[in-house]
Each structure stands twice: as structure tokens, then as C-alpha cells.
Design a protein around this ligand. Structure first.
Ligand SMILES: [Zn+2]
Length: 240
């Protein structure tokens, strides 16, 4: 990995013919993702870009059209729930989709070096990381080992939920997703600039484990892709 040599997100050395077919605009990329999710939900996935021919075609370079910053939960496999294949999604996963330095660096790499036009924060109902943070907060105990780092990263979302009077776990999850969107933009001026220039958008979506459906809960720019997003829910300036 290297710093981007061409500000503006245009990929240099990895350009291939496959680039032409990948969505290069945020709205198109989001439309591709939601279309794939609808196929998955309806039980009619196409499993695109998973054949041997495509595997060979993308071996020389990648042009993913979306970065997924998702929870590590084993039921949240991005390529499956969005019905995509090799070379489509640049996936970064941690328990509770926490956004530490390595995550931020990975997102910046995809957006600036690979030219990926969309960043999606992917959370889900019944998230164990959020539940662990809530238990830790309620009991005043710190979990053992490095699990404490995950809990610590989720705690600001718990405090925000408390301040907003939200107490149910899935409501807290939605706040945590919006909080992660804000954290990405606040901690990464590189990403914020890409968004300000209109080359990228950041969307937070909540996935329902049983139904398989994703639902947008936050977006920057606000109203991106005509999302029904509460006003100000993902305004970086309001971040706790
Ligand atoms: Zn989770």
C-alpha cells in the first residue's frame, strides 16, 4: 500500500478493462448494492462475478465500487448479503464496526488509491459488540484482554443513546452505525474531502439478521440517494 499518487481518487497503476463496468459514482454504487440486497432477500441471487473467468479477469487489478466497514458477525458476509462477487467490495470488518487507525487507513486506501466511490457502514440488529459494551457499562466491569478495546470504541455510542433516551438494543445499534459514519468522516480528513468534492458518499445501513434486509440510518451528504435519513443524524459537526 502506498499513499495516493493522484489526488482525486483516480487509480493509476491498477487500471484494467474491468474498470469500465464498475460504478464510478456514489449513487450508482449504492443502487448496485441495494439491488443486490433485494436479490438476496427475495431468494433469487445471481452470484455475479464469482466464476473462473472473472477471477482471472480481476487478477491484475481491483476496482471495487464500495467499501464495506462492517461488523465481523459471521452472519454478515458482505458479498453474500449484497449478492456480489470478486473485485466488487473492499471489506473491512471488526467486531462492532469500530473505526481505529488501521480501519481508517484501509478506507482511505480504497477511496483514494482504488477510486472507490462509496463507503458503507454495515451494522446489524442484536449486535454482540454493542451488547457487550452495554453490559460492561451497566456493571462497571471491563472485559478481559483486547475485548476491552472493542467495548471502549462502542461506549461513545452508548453515551449518545443514553442522552437521546434510546434504550433498546436495536435503537442503540442504529445510533452506533450513525456514530461510526461520523467517526470515519471526523477522523479522516482525506475521506471528508473526497465526500466534499462529490467523489464519494458515506452511508450507514442496518441489517436485519432474520429478514436479510438493509435499511439506511445515516448518510453523508445528507439525503444521499434519496435516503429517508433523519435530519442531522450523520452530521460530522454533531459528533460526540
Ligand atoms: Zn455485530
Amino acid at each position: 500500500m502506498s499513499r495516493p499518487g493522484t489526488p482525486g481518487g483516480q487509480p493509476g497503476p491498477q487500471r484494467t478493462a474491468d474498470r469500465a463496468s464498475a460504478p464510478s459514482e456514489p449513487a450508482r454504487a449504492y443502487a448496485e448494492l441495494t439491488a443486490g440486497n433485494r436479490r438476496f432477500v427475495s431468494g433469487a441471487p445471481r452470484h455475479p462475478n464469482q466464476d473462473a473467468g472473472h477471477r482471472a479477469a480481476v487478477a491484475d487489478g481491483q476496482h471495487p465500487f464500495a467499501v464495506i466497514v462492517g461488523c465481523s458477525d459471521s452472519r454478515l458476509a458482505a458479498e453474500i448479503i449484497f449478492d456480489r462477487g470478486l473485485g466488487d467490495l473492499f471489506v473491512v470488518r471488526t467486531a462492532g464496526h469500530t473505526a481505529g487507525p488501521e480501519v481508517l487507513g484501509s478506507v482511505e486506501y480504497a477511496v483514494t488509491v482504488l477510486g472507490t466511490p462509496l463507503v458503507v457502514v454495515l451494522g446489524h440488529d442484536s449486535c454482540g459488540a454493542v451488547q457487550a459494551a452495554r453490559e460492561s457499562s451497566a456493571t462497571g466491569t471491563q472485559p478481559p484482554g483486547h475485548l476491552g478495546a472493542v467495548v471502549d470504541a462502542v461506549l461513545p455510542s452508548l453515551r449518545r443513546a443514553e442522552a437521546e433516551g434510546v434504550h433498546d438494543i436495536d435503537g442503540i445499534v442504529d445510533i452506533h452505525i450513525a456514530q461510526t459514519v461520523e467517526t470515519l468522516l471526523r477522523q479522516s480528513p482525506v475521506l471528508a474531502d473526497e465526500v466534499a468534492q462529490g467523489r464519494c458518499a458515506v452511508v450507514g445501513v442496518s441489517y436485519r439478521l432474520a429478514a436479510g434486509v438493509v435499511r439506511p440510518v445515516a448518510a453523508v451528504p445528507a439525503g444521499f440517494a434519496s435516503l429517508d435519513v433523519p435530519t442531522g443524524s450523520a452530521d460530522p459537526a454533531t459528533a460526540a
